[in-house]
Ligand binder design. Sequence first.
Ligand SMILES: Nc1ncnc2c1ncn2[C@@H]1O[C@H](COP(=O)(O)OP(=O)(O)O)[C@@H](O)[C@H]1O
Ligand SMILES: [Mg+2]
Length: 447
Amino acid sequence: MFKRISTSAAHGDPDLLVGLDLGTTKVSVVVAERESRTGEAQIIGIGHAPSSGIRKGLIVNLDQAVRSVQSAICDAENMVGLELKEVTVAFSGSEVKSIRSKGMVSLGRSPRPVMQLDVERVIEAAQTEVSVPQNQSILHAIPVEYFLDGHGGIDDPSGMTGMRLEIDLQSVIVPTAVLQNVLNCVERAGLEVNGLVIKPLASALGMLSKEESMAGAVAVDVGGGTTGVAVFSDGRPKHLAVIPVGGDHITNDVASVLKMPLSKAEEIKKEVSLFEGAESAEDVLEFDVRGRSYSCRVVDVVEVIRCRLEELYSVLIRREISDLSPSMMSAGVVMCGGVAKTSDIEVLVSELLDMPARVSLPLDHDRMPPSRNGVEFVSAAGIIRYMIERERNPFRFMEPHLDSIRRQGHGRGIMEEPRPRVNPRVSSGGGLGDLWEKIRRYVDELF
Ligand SMILES: Nc1ncnc2c1ncn2[C@@H]1O[C@H](COP(=O)(O)OP(=O)(O)O)[C@@H](O)[C@H]1O
Ligand SMILES: [Mg+2]
């Protein structure tokens, strides 16, 4: 059964919230401090490092991925001057399914208040309706709406009176091996995992305003290898998906169609605007790479980028939202992730999907370090919002017991002892570093 999570870390600092975003392009670490008076979290640092060993959101080389996590953690630790021990991890991966099911429990023959146990029972009843394929696990169980004696729209039924409690539950299902690889990677990097979140959910929480999530909006996060889609309405996630297409496909298209090296394609695609003015569109770019000369027309670069974005939005994203009524998306599309930096993307997307579109910074951007508060850090910042929400309302985004995930399947490699991590503030060359190490060992022995 699902656990309700207390974020106050057993081993880490209860006032510190740490999110780790495993991206295809970069691994980011966001550190927030809880203000004891308000309970709100204040982001105090963000570290990041280029990803290696992660493709289309999936770990494909464990050792490389472990090293990327360690570098990102070191970067964040250096920024905040604290050792980070426990993290909630956001990850992607292409085989994510979001399934809705209904559950119902009787409260008795005469009306009585709903107790916590009833909420647990109704969630369990809805879960038994979900057929989880072999080798897959439910990552999130998200109550979408409760009904009491047939009346819907109830956000939290606790304490309300009735005779029959029903639920509309959304379950997010992912391959168990994907979860195990994420746990294995992060634990091998020397960290404890206190929660997992699917990336599109973190991104949506990181950028949708309250009004948008109530009115209905499609949150789209286009990273390097994947695109996350989350539809929110009435303040709740109604659908979540990951599409295995991202900005790296655009780079590959530009490189292969216009016959240039990948590094140059990556550079050029970031410079052009999708609605290039008539004069500059005819411009020809000429450049040399390793002694070879290349040239291409700006208009052709734009055409290649547009083709891929059209496929992504008009076919793949549209497919994800086609079953939902337009009234559930009246606030339109809100975009983040590196690809959202494409100049004029909101104009194109608005045309393609025939709804309003905007590019969003993290909701917390003015409290984030400058140069680390852009669209590509929305998902990382969203992990902190996820952690706070999860703590305030334990039934909101339930996660499985991580031990049960570790135990499933063959488990080989997963249960390995975490490797000791080098403390980035401890230099190996004697001096204060050695002294600090001795003190640590002494304290470890004491306890
Ligand atoms: N200015 C830009 N214009 C277009 N694409 C960009 C720009 N900056 C970054 N990108 C693309 O965004 C993708 C990385 O997105 P990001 O959200 O940072 O990564 P991750 O995959 O780790 O979540 C890459 O494909 C990169 O080429
Ligand atoms: Mg991203």
